[in-house]
Design a binder for this molecule. Sequence first.
Ligand SMILES: O=C(O)CCC(=O)C(=O)O
Ligand SMILES: [Fe+2]
Length: 213
Amino acid sequence: MINIETFINSKLNEYPYKWAFLENIFTQEDAKNLADQFPKDNYKEVSGYDGEKGYLYNARSLIHMGSKNISNENNLSFAWKHLANELLSDNFRELLGSFTEIDTKDLLLEVNVIEYGNGAYLGPHLDLKEKVLTMILYFNAHWDEEGGCLSILSTKNPEDSIKKISPKVGNASILVRSNNSWHEVTKVTKVTGNPRRSLNVIFHAPGSKSTMW
Ligand SMILES: O=C(O)CCC(=O)C(=O)O
Ligand SMILES: [Fe+2]
């Protein structure tokens, strides 16, 4: 379902840290199904300030930390089960590992479905130390809202943005956590009322515990 060609044709940026922007990772048909059938159940509101960043959004588990199973699988469409199974596969783990030059063999996978409604945001942060590598997939059929983009920052200052990635379906970003991996999600400002939809695919250091569930 995830088009391997997009990894081959995309480059891993080295400045200011290791990150990548991928486009058209799904066929048009898969993109449409995934966007139309975005999960609707079992969300919880997540908000607060963890000493590093302010945040506010809704989250639903797709794969719990280290699990081999899909969370609440019965409520998912065929396309979403297919995607989840692909994320659980050794092939995907190896593909992301070779793309980022990171040994993913012993890392713990956690995947969360995220919705940012009007006013939601994630302030500048590096990511928690346990998050070695994150791939974020996006699921908005259209994105005409203000804000709601992932901003790759060269410092902790939101003005030092070197790339903004829109949450359009087929787009994806990859971030390798380091002591300068600054990034943020700019505040969603209501235009049409559509929430921003994404999937956080996180590879954690062995022994990590989820901070979400
Ligand atoms: O949704 C995104 O584009 C980035 C999310 C993020 O940085 C995080 O969850 O730590
Ligand atoms: Fe992050």
